[in-house]
Ligand binder design. Structure first.
Ligand code: SIN
Length: 537
C-alpha cells in the first residue's frame, strides 16, 4: 500500500495530524489495537491552556504558563519549544472544539482546573475523562474524512530506510513493515513521510498508569532506524495510582487518580493522617510531580507502609460524584467510597519526557521521519513535564509538523518513483511455541526497571540493570530471529530496547535533575545541564 502520509499511532497527536494532512494527500493511520485504546483515551486531567483574557483566570498570562513549564523542567527545557507550544494553546482549543470536543463550562465560561506546578487555574477538562472525550471526537472526525484510512490492530515491526535497502548515501525513510495482528500477515506501507505518534513506554515498569499498548514502540522503531534519541532517563512517575494489592485485571492495577483531585483540595497524608509533603515543599500535595513522587517514595520507605493516602473526605458530600464521576464510580467498583474513605495510592510510571529527538517542527534526524506527542523529545518537558501539557503538545506539534513538512517537501504527493521495497520474508522460522520465554522476559524487564531504575537511582543499581538487560536483549534477539513475528514478540523486543535506552541515558547523567534522582550524585550540576542524546550509528 502506498500513502502520502503514514501515521503510526492514533492518539491526539496522530489524529490531529491526520485531520490536517488529509487536505494535502492520502493519510493512513495505524492504531496498534482498537482506536479507543490509546494513551490519550486514558487521560483524565485535561489540557493546559491560557485562553483569551475574558476566558482565563484573572491574572494568568501566557508568560506564567511558560514560566511554570520551565520551572517544572528544572533547567532542561528548550525555551523556544516551550513558547511555541504554550502560545499555540488557544488555537488548539479552537481546533478541538471544531472537531466536536466538549469541555466543561459554568455558564458562559470554561471551567478551569488546577494541577501541580501550575500557578493558576488553566486546565480545560471534560469531567475526569478528558482524553476519552478528545479521542471520541477526533476518531469521529477522522472517520468522516474521505482521505483518511484508519486501520486497527496494526503493529509496526520496522521502519524501512534507504540504508537498510543498501543505499550508502542520503539515508531516508521509505515506509514500514507492519503486522496485521488479526491475520498474522505482514504488510508493506510505502510512504516518504512517516509520522511516529505512538505514545510512551509506561509498560517498561512493573507499575504504570498506562494502557497495555504503551510499550515504547516509536522510540524503538526510530532507534533501530538510526534516529537520535534524547533524555530517556526522565520518566515521570505519577504520585497517585490507586493502590489495590488484591487486584487482578490491568484496569484495577493501573488506575490513575487524577492530579486534578489534588487541584480541587485533595490532600496526601500518611497512615497517621500527617501531611508529609509539606515538610518537603511549601506547595505540599500540589508541588510538581517529581517532588511529590519522591516525597511519597521517601515516606513509604521511612514508615514501611505499603502506600500513602489521598484524602478527599473533607470535601462536601456529592463533590467527587459530580466533578470526578469516573474516578468516584471506578473506586466504588473496587469497594472504596472516596467521599467517606481515604484513597490508598502509590506512585507509578506515567509519562516519558524524553523520546525521539526532534526540532520544533517534529523533524527527527532521519529524513522523512517525524515524531509528535509523547514519543517525541521536543524540549517542552525538559527534566520533568508540567501536568496537562502533553495533550496540548500533541495537537500543537501535529500542526507544526504538517506545516514544516509542506515547507520542506511541498504539498505534492509522495515520491512518484520510490525505490522497490521487498516484501517481508518470514524465512525459515518456527511458530512461537514457548510463550513462557516471552512472559518470563517481559516480567523480568518490568521488575528490574522498577527495582533498579525508578524514582530513586544509584550507580550500582543502574550498572546491574544494564548488565541484566544486555543478556535479555541477546535472548530476545535470538527469539525474534528464530520465530514467526507476533504482537508479544514485537512488544518484548521494543520493551527491552527502550528499557536499555532509559538505563543508558540514566548512566550518562552524573547529577540529579528533575525526574532523574540518584543518591550517588544528589544535586544538580550546572556543567551537566544538557540533553542526553544517543544514536545507534
Ligand atoms: C492526571 O490527570 O493527573 C494526569 C494529567 C497529566 O498527566 O498531565
Amino acid at each position: 500500500m502506498t500513502t502520502d502520509f503514514l501515521v503510526i499511532g492514533a492518539g491526539i497527536a496522530g489524529l490531529s495530524f491526520a485531520l490536517k494532512a488529509a487536505k494535502h494527500g492520502s493519510v493512513t493511520v495505524l492504531a496498534k489495537g482498537k482506536l479507543m485504546e490509546s494513551n490519550t483515551a486514558w487521560a483524565q486531567g485535561g489540557i493546559a491552556a491560557v485562553l483569551p483574557e475574558e476566558e482565563r483566570e484573572a491574572g494568568d498570562t501566557v508568560e506564567d504558563h511558560v514560566r511554570d513549564t520551565l520551572d517544572a523542567g528544572a533547567g532542561l527545557c528548550n525555551e523556544a519549544a516551550v513558547r511555541l507550544i504554550v502560545e499555540g494553546a488557544d488555537e488548539t482549543i479552537d481546533d478541538l472544539i471544531a472537531h466536536g470536543v466538549h469541555f466543561d463550562r459554568s455558564g458562559d465560561h470554561f471551567q478551569l482546573g488546577k494541577e501541580g506546578g501550575h500557578s493558576h487555574r488553566r486546565i480545560l477538562h471534560s469531567r475526569d475523562t478528558t482524553g476519552r472525550e478528545i479521542a471520541r471526537a477526533l476518531i469521529g472526525a477522522a472517520r468522516n474524512t474521505p482521505n483518511i484510512t484508519l486501520l486497527e490492530d496494526r503493529v509496526a515491526i520496522e521502519l524501512i530506510t534507504s540504508s537498510k535497502l543498501g543505499s550508502l548515501t542520503d539515508d531516508r525513510v521509505l515506509g514500514a513493515y507492519v503486522l496485521d495482528a488479526e491475520s498474522g500477515e505482514v504488510e508493506v506501507f510505502r510512504s516518504d513521510r512517516v509520522i511516529l505518534a505512538t505514545g510512551g513506554c509506561g509498560k517498561v515498569y512493573l507499575y504504570t498508569t498506562n494502557p497495555d499498548s504503551a510499550t515504547g514502540d516509536g522510540v524503538a522503531l526510530a532507534w533501530r532506524a538510526g534516529a537520535a534519541i534524547a533524555n530517556m532517563e526522565f520518566i515521570q512517575f505519577h504520585p497517585t495510582c490507586f493502590y489495590n494489592p488484591g487486584a487482578t485485571g490491568p484496569e484495577a492495577r493501573s488506575f490513575l487518580v487524577s492530579e486534578a483531585v489534588r487541584g480541587e483540595g485533595g490532600i496526601l497524608v500518611n497512615a497517621k493522617g500527617e501531611e508529609f509533603t509539606k515538610k518537603i515543599d511549601p506547595r505540599g500535595s500540589l508541588a510538581p510531580r517529581d517532588i511529590v513522587a519522591r516525597a511519597i517514595d521517601r515516606e513509604i520507605k521511612r514508615t514501611g507502609a505499603p502506600c500513602v493516602y489521598l484524602d478527599v473526605t473533607h470535601k462536601p458530600p456529592g463533590f467527587m460524584r459530580e466533578r470526578f464521576p469516573f474516578i468516584y464510580e471506578t473506586l466504588l467498583k473496587f469497594g472504596l467510597d472516596c467521599e467517606k474513605q481515604r484513597i490508598p495510592v502509590v506512585p507509578a510510571a506515567h509519562y516519558q519526557c524524553g523520546g525521539v529527538s526532534t526540532d520544533v517542527d517534529g523533524k527527527t534526524t532521519l529524513k522523512g521521519l517525524f515524531a509528535i506527542g509523547e514519543v517525541a523529545c521536543t524540549g517542552l518537558h525538559g527534566a520533568n513535564r508540567l501536568a496537562s501539557n502533553s495533550l496540548l503538545e500533541g495537537n500543537v506539534m501535529a500542526r507544526r509538523a504538517l506545516d514544516g513538512m509542506i515547507r520542506s517537501y511541498g504539498p505534492g504527493k509522495a515520491d512518484s518513483t520510490p525505490p522497490p521495497i521487498p516484501e517481508w520474508e518470514h524465512g525459515d522460522v518456527a511458530e512461537p511455541d514457548e510463550l513462557v520465554v516471552i512472559y518470563h522476559n517481559w516480567d523480568e524487564i518490568r521488575r528490574l526497571m522498577w527495582d533498579y531504575v525508578s524514582i530513586v537511582r544509584t550507580d550500582n543499581r543502574l550498572r546491574r540493570a544494564a548488565a541484566r538487560l544486555r543478556n535479555l536483549k541477546k535472548e530476545v534477539r535470538e527469539f525474534y530471529w528464530g520465530h514467526r513475528v507476533n504482537v508479544d514478540i514485537l512488544e518484548l523486543r521494543n520493551l527491552v530496547a527502550v528499557a536499555s535506552l532509559v538505563v543508558e541515558c540514566a548512566i550518562r547523567r552524573k547529577e540529579s535533575r528533575g525526574l532523574h534522582f540518584t543518591l550517588d550524585h544528589p544535586t544538580a550540576d550546572q556543567a551537566s545541564c544538557r540533553d542526553t542524546v544517543i544514536r545507534k550509528f
